[in-house]
Structure formats: C-alpha cells, structure tokens
Design a protein around this ligand. Structure first.
Ligand code: KG4
Ligand code: ZN
Length: 342
C-alpha cells in the first residue's frame, strides 16, 4: 500500500563547525549519522572562524554524504526527499550545505525541505524516545541559542523566552577561556565542575522580571570574569574547579526553574531539552530531579544527538515533508531565521 511506504530523508547540516549528513527512515529511525567535526582546526584560534568553517565544509561535504548513504546501505534512488538546514547560522557555512542539497534535489528531481536549525535540535528528542510526542515544553540551549519553546504540535512552536544577551553555551565557552580551559569550553567546564565545590563562590542567578521566561547570562559571565581578575590582582589563588562548579550551579538553577515554571504555566507534563548544553551532566541531573518531583516526563537526547548533527535535521524534515512542506531551488540561506517563520 502506498501509505505504508517507508520515507527516507537524506539530511544535511552545515550551519556552524560540523559537516554532517544522515539518512533517516520515517522520521525516527536513524540509518546513518555522519559528523565531520572541525573542532581541531578552530581550537587553534580559540573559537569558530567563519571563513575557515566554510572552506572545511566544502572539503568534507561530498565525502560525508557518500558515507551517510553507504552506512545506511541505500542508494540515492531510494531517497524520497532532501532535508537541509537553511538557518540560522553562519551564512557562508549554511550556503555550502544548502547549495549541495539544492544541487542534489535538482539533479535527482527530488523534493527539497528546508529545516530551521532549532527545529532540528528540538526534533532530536524523537529519535531515541519513540513515544515522545507534542505537546511539551522544550529548553533549547546551545552555543548560539537559549530558548524556552512551547511545542504544541509537530512544526508548531511558540518561543516563550530567549536570551537577551549571551547564549548559555557562549557563557560556558567564555568562562572556560577565563579560567584557562580553552575551546570548546562547555565540556571542559562540565568535567572540571565535577571536582569543584558549587558553593565555593556565590555568583548571581539572573531571573529578570517575575513573569519573564527570558534568560540573561552576560551578568553572570562578567561576575565570573571580575572574580578571576580580582583574585589575580590580589595575587590570590584561583581554584578553576570551584569557579567552574559555582558558575555551573548558577546557570543550571535558572535553566531548570524557568523550564519547570513554564511547563506548569502552560499545562504540560512533558519536558525536553536539546542543543549542545543539554549534554551537560549537571543540567541533565538537576532537570531530571525537578521533573521527577513534579511527576513530569523528561526527554533528553544522548550527548551525540545534542550537539550539531544531521539526524535531527532528517527527523524535523520528515515531519515537515509529511505536512506537505516543499521548498524551491530559490531557497536561500537565512542566517537570522526565526523559529516558526515560513
Ligand atoms: O548545539 P551545538 O553543538 O551548536 C550550536 O548550535 O551552537 O552547541 C555547542 C555549544 C558550545 O557552546 C559548547 O561549549 C556547549 O554547547 N556544550 C556544553 C557541553 N557540551 C557542549 N556546555 C556545557 N556542558 C557540556 N557538557
Ligand atoms: Zn546547534
């Protein structure tokens, strides 16, 4: 029967510093998930260099796609549609994946489905958690975003809160640099914090207005930098593990409390997390504790699906595809694309 035919999506992601391709079956079954990371080269510069990212994407993309098809054991003929991230992200980086996706769609006469990068992150929860479905509250925390999103249905998103300055991952990366941990800082701060005392230094918890679901991490970041500078000026010893643990405690407390409050206020008993910072061990543990206390279901992807990957793009593209979304070859990269803009 035609309705029961499997739908295979070839997905491509190149919005930042990972060149990724995946084959996803029926939205939730990942047949392959290839990620070529550029972290080693950007580490030399202490952060992502956009021009280098674009060049590295060009070098890697053909091989990554070929590998994704090979591992999935499918031919291009069997693919039903091409899903691709078209924003937000670094424009030059996005253009590489998008040009590739458009070329494949044109050459093979297959439909093209553009995906919002954050929609991809949110959808990463459907991959391992087969019964997880909307409605739910999603906390999306990455290097570029900190969003609280009410997901009322597939493809239906309402952003309740966002960061007013630094994203959570950005704050992690900057604090890591200040205490000499290098790039990318998040995983290093996470590891160091396990050895530190979270109550050693009291850093501010920024909740903003009583009824706001927005976040602000620049004040916390400055408080950490001021603390480090003051200690240095006074020739006082710094315990990086304590700074990491105390900073992390402040970030995690606010993220967890705002997410639980938003879920309650919107009458949902399901919560999900996504994005690179969702792989943080303290955030995972504290969010689980809070959800257990409330009797909420919590979904968090495995760390490999939290950081940028194409499987999540294939998953999001599938739900867009079955809803009838098709993009033309005039689809352009949109570095500041807003969630829900279509
Ligand atoms: O989602 P992602 O891979 O890329 C963006 O779309 O931004 O997120 C990358 C961010 C970086 O800021 C990185 O430091 C942070 O996620 N990150 C973490 C951890 N792993 C990655 N932050 C805290 N704890 C971690 N374990
Ligand atoms: Zn991302």
């Amino acid at each position: 029967m035609d309705e029961q035919k499997d739908i295979l999506i070839l997905a491509i992601e190149s919005s930042c510093d990972e060149t990724a391709a995946a084959v996803v079956k029926n939205g939730r079954e990942v047949l392959s998930n290839i990620i070529s990371s550029q972290i080693a080269v950007h580490t030399l510069y202490g952060g992502v260099v956009p021009e280098i990212a674009s060049r590295k994407h060009i070098e890697a993309i053909d091989g990554v796609i070929a590998q994704a098809l090979l591992e999935a054991n499918v031919t291009m003929d069997e693919i039903d549609a091409i899903g691709v991230t078209y924003g937000p992200g670094l424009v030059g980086a996005l253009l590489v994946g998008l040009a590739e996706a458009k070329a494949i769609a044109f050459a093979t006469n297959k439909p093209l489905v553009g995906v919002h990068h954050i929609e991809g992150h949110i959808s990463s929860n459907y991959i391992e958690n087969k019964d997880f479905e909307p409605p739910y509250m999603s906390l999306v925390v990455s290097g570029g975003h900190s969003h609280l999103v009410m997901v009322s249905d597939y493809g239906k998103y309402e952003i309740l809160g966002r960061t007013r300055d630094d994203a959570a991952g950005e704050a992690y990366d900057k604090v890591a640099r200040a205490i000499g941990m290098g790039y990318p800082g998040g995983p290093k701060v996470d590891q160091a914090a396990k050895l530190g005392n979270p109550e050693a230094i009291h850093f501010p918890r920024v909740y903003l207005e009583e009824d706001s679901y927005d976040f602000s991490f620049s004040g916390l970041k400055s408080a950490v930098l001021n603390y480090v500078n003051k200690q240095k000026m006074m020739n006082e010893h710094i315990v990086p593990e304590d700074v990491a643990a105390s900073f992390q405690e402040a970030v995690v407390e606010v993220l967890v409390n705002k997410t639980i409050k938003a879920a309650k206020a919107n009458g949902v008993q399901k919560v999900s997390m996504a994005g690179g910072v969702a792989s943080n061990s303290a955030l995972r543990a504290k969010m689980q504790e809070a959800c257990d206390k409330e009797g909420f279901v919590l979904s968090i992807p495995s760390p490999i699906l939290c950081t940028d990957n194409a499987a999540m793009i294939g998953c999001a593209a599938y739900y867009e595809y079955i809803a009838g979304v098709r993009d033309g070859l005039d689809l352009n990269a949109s570095p500041n694309l807003k969630l829900g803009d279509r």
